[in-house]
Write a protein of this length. Structure first.
Length: 454
């Protein structure tokens, strides 16, 4: 691969200023090189295989058996066997460490881990055995398609506006420090971009800069493999959550755009009630904030605390909110193009469906997805700011309201306000994902009336 990259005529990418054409050429060339240098090997895996028997272990075992039958070279096989044993031990150790992070206490959790590693546990039922992959693809298309779609208008940019540029040193640094992550539709793994960053950084930087200058996201970088993740024991397709895997190089591009052009303006614009993806804020901080207010209210004159949790789905109106931010107009138009003409397909249990077009929402799992969600719900608040508490974590929202028995209950007003906001922002309030919880101390007083529809 090193020699192929050294011999490649990179000038062809700098002569062309069309980012889509450059990405198409780069994708074809790198894809062919990768297939030649790292050919795909088919390994048959079984549901009875324990977790420590990976595809690499099986491949090495096959080579060991073939060498033993053909050459009977005990020395070579001994070296290979030691490598296999080391891989198995490493896989077992990593599995235990991973599980220990999830289950640090309790003998039941320990035995679950031991049974899973040893292969004694029954394997989970495949998603595609319950819901057909094409059905999943159609469902995800439906929830991400707006039949009344209105194309966002781009900003008219004066010639005096500065065009943002990405430095090659930054691109090289990000590529060379990539961590293990799943690849997207181009099938180029993270280690390929990391290990060959010195060769790839110049042409990638050029594509990044032409993409921003032309305010165009290459169509190949708008593709996504959608992995369906069940939220609960799977019975129906609406219990699946779509996680989009875009191309790794596009995620690098998004990360650089966010860090260089969006992080500072958004830190000034996003409210303090948003706890997701902010430095010094996380889910734990959001829970502490809620818990502190609940106890404070109950220690005061409140008899109950009503808690409501909502879930939102983004819409095209996001582009209008982007224009209101103090962000470079080249980046705003680039994000508008990033949102438009996207295509996705479902990949599940080794099955890959055809691509479908979508025109609503942002890809969950992308770098900019959570940022755009935060912008979308940033201007929603409470009516009674001194009495109610709203906390946001990405696209999830929690409303807490103190209630006094036989006294004023602002819950209905607050929820009506959220419904009004949802209507005005062309978003749907999913009542099936809206939950009510009542927090109380030791009291015999009657519970507040439940909210209709929740």
């Amino acid at each position: 691969m090193d020699r192929k990259l050294q011999d490649l005529e990179w000038d062809m990418f700098f002569d062309c200023q069309n980012p889509s054409e450059n990405v198409q050429k780069l994708n074809d060339i790198l894809g062919n090189m990768f297939d030649e240098c790292f050919p795909l090997i088919s390994i048959k895996m079984s549901s009875r295989d324990p977790p420590y028997i990976t595809s690499l272990v099986k491949h090495l075992c096959k080579i060991r058996n073939k060498n033993r039958d053909k050459y009977n070279d005990s020395h070579e096989n001994a070296i290979l066997q030691e490598r296999i044993n080391k891989l198995i031990r490493t896989n077992q150790l990593n599995a235990v460490r991973c599980e220990n992070r999830k289950y640090k206490k309790g003998s039941k959790a320990w035995w679950d881990t031991a049974n899973r590693i040893s292969g004694r546990n029954k394997q989970d039922v495949q998603i595609s055995a319950i819901v057909n992959a094409e059905v999943i693809n159609d469902y995800f298309k439906e929830i991400n398609t707006d039949p009344n779609y209105i194309t966002p208008e781009r900003l008219q940019i004066p010639d005096t506006v500065h065009v943002p540029e990405v430095e090659i040193d930054l691109v090289k640094h990000v590529l060379s420090h990539l961590k293990c992550t799943s690849f997207g539709p181009d099938c180029l793994p993270f280690w390929f971009w990391r290990d060959y960053a010195n060769y790839l950084a110049p042409v990638v930087t050029n594509i990044f800069n032409t993409s921003i200058r032309e305010q165009i996201v290459p169509s190949l970088w708008k593709l996504a493999n959608v992995v369906p993740i069940p939220k609960s024991p799977l019975e129906e397709v609406n219990q699946l959550r779509p996680i989009s895997l875009t191309n790794i190089i596009m995620r690098v591009f998004e990360r650089i755009v966010f860090k260089q052009e969006l992080s500072v303006p958004l830190s000034l614009e996003i409210g303090a009630d948003q706890f997701a993806y902010k430095r010094g804020q996380n889910c734990t901080m959001a829970l502490i904030k809620c818990y502190h207010n609940w106890l404070e209210w109950l220690d005061g004159d409140a008899d109950f605390v009503q808690v409501f949790t909502f879930d939102y789905v983004s819409h095209y109106i996001l582009s209008e909110k982007l224009k209101a931010l103090k962000v470079n107009p080249y980046i705003i138009n680039w994000i508008i193009d990033f949102l438009s003409d996207r295509r996705q397909r479902v990949t599940v249990d080794g099955i890959t469906t055809e691509y479908v077009n979508i025109n609503r929402g942002v890809p969950q799992g992308s770098v900019l997805g959570h940022v755009l969600f935060s912008i979308m719900v940033n201007n929603i608040g409470t009516i009674y700011e001194e009495k109610s508490l709203m906390t946001k974590f990405a696209d999830d929202l929690t409303l807490s309201v103190p209630v006094k028995a036989n006294g004023f209950d602002p819950s209905s007003d607050e929820i009506a306000n959220i419904q009004k906001w949802s209507f005005e922002n062309s978003m749907s309030l999913n009542l099936e994902k809206t939950w009510e919880m009542v927090v109380r101390g030791k009291t015999n007083k009657s519970l507040p009336l439940p909210i209709s529809g929740i």
